[in-house]
Design a protein around this ligand. Structure first.
Ligand code: DGY
Length: 318
């Protein structure tokens, strides 16, 4: 395990296997990760651990990479597939926590919570005024969602409760959506979204999906929310589009060059920033640990893990 995990799930593993936990907080490169994993049968990895081909090549006993995250963009999935090594993730258990955080960001940025908090702490609040800190109402507005998977749909359900219209990308095959959402081509979705919230995985197709041209297609005063993966959004372009006043604001939980943030965003009061905390509740982080450990236990027992992303061959390398 490349980090200690919250909750008691590790004790289950420790009762049956030799468990090695990395406690250093420095970032691993593929060579250092391969050295750490060494001859282990299983690795529990974090979302920034680069599980690239080098790791698979140099860890001959590896049967499963159990990512402690739902996103698996840090893992070379093709290489795992080629070698018959299981890759698993932690879906479902973090859906509500992440949707709640997306909504924390939506409400925080549209109601200017950061500015209000700063005003109070610096003693600048000198009494109620009709025009003090006016925000943007949500009722009747359109919430555009890119990535209508588990988390996107949970964000949509909350949006419906807030009286918003929901729109998402048209899908091939025109499957019925639950909760129902208007489906539109990307350009129309952008042009009609008062709030645009990203929930798609990071893949070669979604990298910089929201580039400068696309950001400028959003209506004037729109808000951009990203709790998915940083590189889906061109952060430098976002800084430029905010600087010339086209957008109402942005709220980010994830960053293109995480943990760095584009300096053009740091100075702005119309930007709300969180440190990749979508799943960060006590309950969710221990449920994620339980699921990651359950994935490992299953593979060590020769069973199918509960949350497979890439199917392994259970050690049958013939
Ligand atoms: C994930 O699971 O992919 C999140 O980014 C962290 O919980």
């Amino acid at each position: 395990m490349t980090a200690p995990l919250p909750g008691g799930a590790l004790d289950r593993l420790a009762a049956r296997a030799r468990v090695r936990i990395r406690h250093e907080r420095t970032r691993l490169d593929p060579a250092a990760l391969a050295r750490f994993v060494g001859t282990a049968d299983a690795a529990i990895t974090l979302l920034a651990d680069p599980v690239r081909a080098h790791v698979f090549e140099n860890c001959p006993a590896l049967r499963i990479v159990a990512n402690y995250a739902v996103g698996v963009d840090n893992i070379d999935l093709d290489e795992a597939r080629r070698r018959g090594i299981w890759v698993t993730n932690t879906p479902d258990v973090l859906t509500d926590a992440t949707a709640d955080l997306a909504w924390t960001l939506i409400l925080g940025i549209t109601r200017r919570v950061l500015e209000g908090d700063g005003m109070m702490r610096s003693g600048r609040f000198d009494g109620w005024r009709p025009d003090l800190l006016l925000g943007t109402g949500l009722q009747g507005k359109t919430l555009g969602i890119i990535g209508y998977g588990r988390i996107g749909r949970a964000v949509a359900r909350r949006g419906i409760a807030f009286g918003m219209q929901i729109a998402t990308l048209a899908r091939p095959g025109g499957v019925a959506l639950d909760p129902p959402a208007r489906t539109l081509p990307l350009e129309e979705l952008l042009a009609g979204s008062d709030i645009l919230s990203l929930h798609c995985p990071l893949t070669p197709e979604t990298r910089h999906l929201l580039d400068e041209a696309h950001l400028r297609m959003l209506p004037e005063g729109a808000f951009v929310i990203n709790t998915a993966r940083g590189p889906v959004l061109d952060e430098a372009a976002l800084a430029r589009v905010l600087a010339d006043g086209h957008l109402g604001g942005a709220a980010l939980d994830v960053y293109e060059h995480e943990p760095e943030v584009h300096p053009g965003l740091l100075r702005r009061s119309d930007v709300l920033l969180m440190p990749h905390a979508g799943s960060a509740t006590v309950e969710t982080r221990s449920a994620m640990a339980d699921l990651a450990v359950a994935n490992v236990e299953a593979v060590l027992d020769g069973r199918e893990p509960p949350a497979p992303v890439v199917r392994g061959n259970n050690g049958d390398h013939t």
